[in-house]
Design a protein around this ligand. Structure first.
Ligand SMILES: Nc1ncnc2c1ncn2[C@@H]1O[C@H](COP(=O)(O)OP(=O)(O)O)[C@@H](O)[C@H]1O
Ligand SMILES: [Mg+2]
Length: 475
């Protein structure tokens, strides 16, 4: 079995040709040809940095010792939702493409070779009604190419931390999110979950609908090809993300790792069939991408931590200041909104102002180099909005910056004249972009109270008519 590596350098257009090839010709032998060599992108670097991890081929050779492969379902008393299959990965899926390796797992594209295209226990089918695992009415219209070709994405968790025992896996946010949040068009759908009976230690696998690529790669390619997004496309992408977030927030869940790599997309024309678009909503063809929020590994049901938030979740360069500074007053809901602001900036400025820092301190330094500091921002807030709690948060942030030796005034004076403020950069956009630019600025306020909620964003005039409605219930 050959595992192909995703090669960003070989993109001929804005989509990942390897994945497209898989989706278009999943049954052909062609799939095993290696892709051309390339200079590594961030995703590849991640994959390469894991060279010492056991390769999946090796894992598949391993014999089961401590998992009873004959029992199909493991149950845990007191919670009827806790049913998980133990399945042979090798007998049910053929891995055809290695997408990436992250902190928690490795993601592959696989062909489903079992008789039942989505192996599940009966119990799981009952229990998943109304969740992200459910095949909702009209599901065959969505991602129809992948479904027809029996292709899925599969995330194989590293056997560490929350995935090293069955009990912990069941409690993990990745599993709990999928089992508790009802289906939504902008949240990546899961097809199933199971433990690999061939692995010697519990190896949890989550199967999902396969998407063509993520926005980190999409922006990379479009930046290289100097193909910026149109305003309508940026708004459409953002609105789909916002709708997905508003849905999870409504159900009391927060993502906490909203960033371009965790937002997946497929071209609308590949996601829906031509007939479906024609018959159902012709406006769909004006939308470039179908967008899905993915990676539920950092999700939580807690709105605010009881104690100071730990930094064991999220990605440093996408952390809002209050989390990076570890002040007490934080909101995970608004942490997600900060992420929306970062993604919006990225889509508008094509990676020009993505923050790359790897430590909280250098991240804060980058923020201070392109944005107002907390006290300057506070001086611009209208009297009605400057409530005592808003004021307190500004002062807390300023104090926390001083406490770690980052005096905003001193830093400002040190800045070289070459640093251009984000505001100035956004001001260069044509007038029709201004409204969106001001919304982005709101999402990236130092003060989480001043950031809008996801529903508040969804209701804004700027996103009105940005997304064509898709009613899957039609036959
Ligand atoms: N369903 C999918 N379809 C296509 N690509 C995917 C899918 N799921 C994940 N990926 C790719 O794999 C990467 C890592 O997956 P993710 O779930 O974010 O794992 P991690 O927890 O390691 O960050 C994503 O950034 C994306 O590029
Ligand atoms: Mg991720």
């Amino acid at each position: 079995m050959t595992i192909l590596k995703l090669t960003s350098g070989s993109h001929s257009d804005q989509y990942n040709p390897s994945v497209i090839k898989v989706l278009e010709s999943a049954n052909e032998n062609e799939l095993n040809k290696p892709s051309p060599e390339h200079k590594s992108s961030k995703v590849d670097q991640l994959a390469e940095s894991k060279v010492n991890e056991p390769k999946i081929d090796k894992l598949l050779e391993q014999k089961v010792d401590n998992i009873d492969a004959t029992s199909c379902i493991t149950t845990k008393p007191n919670d009827t939702k806790d049913y998980l299959l133990i399945l042979s990965l090798k007998q049910n899926y053929k891995i055809i493409l290695n997408l990436s390796g992250g902190a928690f797992g490795q993601v592959y594209i696989a062909q489903i070779i079992s008789k039942d295209s989505q192996p599940r226990s009966k119990e799981l089918q009952v229990e998943t009604k109304g969740t992200l695992l459910e095949r909702t009415k009209g599901y065959e219209n969505r991602n129809y190419q992948a479904l027809a070709r029996k292709v899925c994405a599969i995330k194989i968790m590293r056997p560490k931390r929350e995935f090293n025992t069955i009990e912990k896996t069941l409690k993990s946010s990745e599993v709990q999110f999928v089992l508790n949040v009802p289906y939504h068009d902008n949240l990546l759908q899961s097809y199933g979950m199971f433990f690999n009976s061939e692995a010697s230690t519990p190896q949890f696998c989550l199967t999902m609908e396969p998407m063509e690529t993520d926005f980190y790669e999409t922006i990379n390619v479009r930046a290289r090809e100097k193909k910026p997004f149109k305003l309508s496309t940026v708004k459409n992408i953002l609105k789909q993300i916002i709708d997905g977030l508003a849905h999870m927030h409504k159900h009391g869940w927060y993502h906490r790792d909203v960033k371009t790599e965790n937002i997946l997309c497929t071209r609308t024309g590949s996601f829906y069939s031509e007939e479906f678009i024609k018959e159902h909503n012709p406006y769909l063809k004006y939308q470039e991408y179908v967008v899905k929020i993915a990676d539920y590994g950092s999700t939580t049901k807690i709105l605010k931590p009881m104690e100071k938030p730990s930094k064991s979740f999220g990605t440093v360069a996408f952390l809002p200041p209050e989390i990076a500074l570890e002040v007490e007053d934080v909101s995970y809901e608004k942490m997600d909104i900060w992420g929306v602001g970062c993604i919006a900036l990225d889509l508008m400025l094509m990676h020009f102002y993505v923050f790359h820092a790897e430590t909280a301190k250098s991240h804060l330094k980058s923020l201070l180099s392109v944005m107002d500091d907390p006290l300057t921002e506070m001086s611009k807030v209208s009297k009605e909005k400057l409530t005592p709690e808003v004021k307190e948060q500004f002062l807390d942030l300023n104090k926390a910056l001083l406490d770690i030796g980052m005096d905003p005034i001193f830093l400002k004076n040190c800045q070289s004249g070459g640093v251009k403020s984000l505001q100035k950069r956004l001001d260069n956009f044509a007038s029709e972009w201004k409204e969106l630019a001001s919304v982005v600025k709101l999402c990236m306020s130092w003060n989480h109270y001043l950031r809008p909620t996801a529903q508040g964003l969804a209701d804004m005039e700027v996103f009105k008519d940005s997304v064509a409605e898709v009613n899957h219930d039609i036959e």
